[in-house]
Ligand binder design. Structure first.
Ligand code: EPS
Length: 432
């Protein structure tokens, strides 16, 4: 293995090629696609929409396609929302908010009904923006118009595309505040995966130039425990202090920091996604979801870009067979858990690079969109570094895509039905 390959060696979470049929499946579920595909519009699917402005009254998340009979633990979803709020380098907004879901549809007595599930999350900061974010035309003029576009933000492309005169009309929805709704949805998705023994965790691989040296022997449970206790969600105390010092330095100079997060998912069965059509490929769907995150600029699965620099003989994960366990095995997991657009049954490993936030307290050169005169970018309250939160967010969107692909493969309308399908498939693979 090359240096690059061994650096990317996964933690000790390699499991057998196929999930164990003795997974704690209690009953089962179904429901279908994460994406709408041509010709498939009439089929049920797991899909979601989010709504809400950063400083509007509320954020809304609606998820359709969750089958009936799943236990829905709102406290666990709120715990994920709290994880998203944490992290060294966050700005003042997180001191105002205490994000919690208020369920308004699809759940009764702690179980999913099969109908759309809707969560409302209050923006506590709205009380400071009532007039400035009012829907009433009489309140026009209550807010100062934002006219200095920030380089790197949605500001300029947004006003040109939508023919708007106030950059606020773009930035409110472009804001990463929207990820609160996606974390609530991801928390729900994890509860679809939980009965089948599938676990998803996001953590920080690097911030700025400081790479965390994560012990590849750590299990996901160990990794979770260590990274949850870290102020910047890394499993490396030396890197943690360097990162904190770097965030402090950036804060002093009015600068921002990006980073790379890694998401690992274990317990996946072989065969989620498909090789037969481009938009059914699991890796493609994961990349879409991850790159749709605010400030995301790159995605890798397994060795990712390193795979393009080494030989096939160094890269590909050799196959073995464990006769006693009736299962195929792998000698490595450089693929990151997908081959041909399908899960291999090995742990999924995805990495996402996020650029530094584009609101700089020492702003970059820009232009006033009204006067066209030279100006510097506008200053909005923001974070110096939001990468620890980005790890939770990436975990959430991966969980959603896995739940969608899982329901597509084992679909049904109730937990009991999908459990039957899931167990039957594991048995089929075992007897292959
Ligand atoms: C965020 C809320 C925002 C920002 C940040 C993320 O709140 P506010 O704009 O009121 O400070 O802290 O959003 C951005 C960095 C951005 O560019 O919009 C959140 O809830 O995560």
């Amino acid at each position: 293995m090359t240096d690059a390959a061994s650096r990317h060696r996964p933690c000790r979470v390699r499991q057998t090629a196929f999930a164990d049929a003795s997974n704690p499946v209690k009953s089962g579920a179904g429901g279908p696609f994460g994406v709408i595909r041509a010709g498939d519009e009439t089929k049920p699917m797991l899909r979601f929409l989010t709504a809400g402005e950063s400083h509007g009254p509320e954020l809304v998340a609606t998820v359709e396609g969750v089958p009936a009979g799943f236990d829905i633990d709102l406290a666990a979803i709120n715990a994920d929302l709290a994880r998203r709020q944490k992290g060294y380098g966050r700005g003042g907004r997180m001191l105002i908010e205490k994000d919690e879901v208020r369920p308004v549809s699809g759940i009764r007595f702690g179980k999913s009904l099969g109908s759309p599930i809707t969560f409302i999350i209050e923006n506590r900061d709205f009380k400071n923006w009532v007039k400035k974010m009012s829907a009433d035309p009489a309140d026009r003029g209550a807010a100062e118009v934002v006219t200095r576009a920030r380089p790197g933000h949605a500001d300029l492309a947004g006003v040109l595309k939508y023919n708007l005169e106030d950059i606020r009309d773009v930035l409110e929805r472009a804001s990463a505040r929207e990820t609160t709704a996606r974390v609530a949805i991801g928390g729900l998705a994890k509860q679809i995966l939980l009965p089948f023994g599938i676990d998803v965790l996001g953590y920080v691989a690097s911030i700025g130039a400081t790479e965390a040296r994560t012990n590849p022997e750590l299990s996901v449970a160990e990794l979770r425990q260590i990274t949850e206790a870290s102020q910047v969600r890394v499993a490396d105390p030396d890197a943690e202090s360097k990162i904190i010092a770097e965030i402090d330095a950036c804060k002093k100079t009015g600068d921002t920091l990006g980073g790379i997060v890694e998401v690992v998912a274990t317990g996946l069965p072989v065969g989620l996604g498909s090789h037969v059509q481009w938009d059914r490929k699991l890796d493609g769907r994961l990349a879409f979801a991850l790159l749709s995150l605010q400030a995301a600029k790159g995605v890798e699965l397994g060795l990712g870009f390193t795979a393009g620099r080494i030989r096939g003989s160094e890269l590909h994960d050799e196959i073995g067979y464990d006769a006693a366990g009736h299962r195929f095995t792998r000698h490595s997991n450089n693929s990151g858990g997908t081959e041909g657009g399908m899960s291999t049954g090995e742990p999924l490993r995805a990495r996402v690079a996020f650029k530094p936030l584009s609101t700089l307290m020492r702003p970059l050169r820009s232009v006033d969109i009204r006067s066209k005169a030279e100006a510097v970018g506008a200053i909005e309250r923001s974070d110096v570094c939001a990468i620890p939160a980005a790890a939770v967010i990436a975990e959430s969107v991966v969980a959603f895509e896995l739940a969608a692909a899982f329901l597509e493969k084992f679909g049904g309308d109730s937990l009991i039905e999908i459990t039957r399908n899931f167990k039957g498939f594991l048995e089929q693979v075992r007897n292959y």
